[in-house]
Structure formats: C-alpha cells, structure tokens
Design a protein. Sequence first.
Length: 312
Amino acid sequence: MTRNWPMQSPPGEEHDHPHHRSLWLGHFLVNGIDFWSEGKSFGKAVHTGFDEIKSGKEFGIIKSKDKWVGPDGKVVCTDDRALRIYHRPNSERLFDFEAIIHASNGDLVFGDTKEGMMALEADVEAPENSPTFKKYEHVLNDHHLLEFIVDYLRMMSSGNINALEMQDLMDEELETHHAETSLAAGAIQKMADGLPAFGIVAAVMGVVHTMGSVGAAPAILGEMIAGALVGTFLGILLSYGFFGPLADLLTAKGQAEAKPFQCVKSVLLASMNGYAPAIAVEFGRKVLFTADSPTFKELDDAVRATKQPKSA
C-alpha cells in the first residue's frame, strides 16, 4: 500500500517480498504448508465468492469466502473474511479486517512462526518489554490486572477455548477475587453486628449492679443507671457510627477495584464474539461506574491518541 513494487518496477524501490501485493491474510506454516510465500511448492488462498457487499453512512462492508489450497491441489481449510471500512472525518482512514478460519477438511496445526498470527505472543510473554503495554503505565503497575489480561490473551491466542468457556472461567476468577477482597469487610461487619449486643450486655450488667444498691440515695442510683445506659449507647454508636460505615467503605473499595477486571472481561468477550474493536471497547465502557465512565467521544479521542506517535 506504500510502494509500487511488485505491481510496477520504478527505480529506487527494493524488489523484495513479491507476494506483498495488497491487504491479505497468510500463514507460513499450516499443516506444514507455506501459505505466506508464492511459488509452485507453496499453498494459496482461492477466493470462492462474496457473502455481502454493502455501503452505508457509517461504514461499508465486504464479506467473502476463501479456500486454502495446498500445492497438491487439496483443500486444507476454508475461511470467512469481513472487511469493514469506516467513514471518518478529516481524511482519516480506519478499517477492521476479520477472518475466521474453519477446519473444514480435517485437523489444522498452525506453526509457531513470525510469518503467522502470533503477533501478541511477545507482548503476552513479556508485557514489561511490550511497546503496547508500555503505553499504559497504570496497567503495568497493577500486577493483578496485568496478569489477568495476559493470561486470557494467551488463552485467546491458543484458539482452544470458546467465548462461553472463557466467560465461565473469568466469572470464577472474579468470584474468587471478590471473596478475597471481602474478608476484611466481612469481619468488620460481624463486629459491627455484635456491638449492639455488647451494649445490651452492658445495660443488663449495669441494671444488676444498680439492683444491688436499691437502698442507696437517688443521686447514686441515677449515676449507676446512667453508667448502664452509656454502655448501651456506646455499643450502638460504635456499631452504626464507626464499624458499620467502615465495613461499607471497604466493600465499596473492593467493588471499585473489581471494575477494571470486569471492564477487561467485557472487552475481551466482545472481541471473541466477533465485535469490531471500536464496538468491543464500548462493552467495557458500559460496565464502569457512572462517575468513572468516559463519554463516547472521550473514549474515542483517548484511543486515537494512543495510536499517534509521540512528538520528539
């Protein structure tokens, strides 16, 4: 898309990669066959038809079908492709390319190669060295969130798990996370629940002590009864005025800490279900608390800002 070769041969251009003719999909090693390069001994993707060609105000879409044919003429697999080209302001260009490869003719084995679909592998295995993750220092600094992201990206790239299985696994992990973060809040809440009973015990003990001094002067009895009531009020005050609100605060903090995980979960699942990235991030935005959720434009501007090269 940025040079004339191999369609033309103008002076000054390198004549390497003769198979780089357009936007295309390939893999260096599928069942031992090279579908990346060109030549008689290589495989090729053969277009078999269109499913949809549609234009619109927001985007146009081209859906097609292909078969991957080996050098012996046998079909190794098939695919469905969707190219969405979005209408953007100010001469911006944005498109999504989605391909689903089907093991329609038997088992498929994709080799681990740089001319393949392993672009995320280096980022997932060493996120601290990843140019992508380095754009988001707050994620790198959050060990638990970073581990959550790379673990599920690793499983997604393996291709051996579907969206429903992934969702169940995520729910179990988030439930475990919730149980761990709620331990302190639960203990304090139990203390808050028990403090009124402490106040009742203090009142009963004060009444018993007062009954043992029935013959005392009214001023002394009044002081003893006041002491019993102070114990009751102290229990209620500590329960509803201190320990109860503290438990609620810890619970709210735990819920706030869980929101980034829920946001990541929604985005990854939306991506696995075939939604375009621009739509997948919307799933994550809707999960956030209202006070933390950006507007659609704020999110769009932030995503575009991460794609712009930083000025020197």
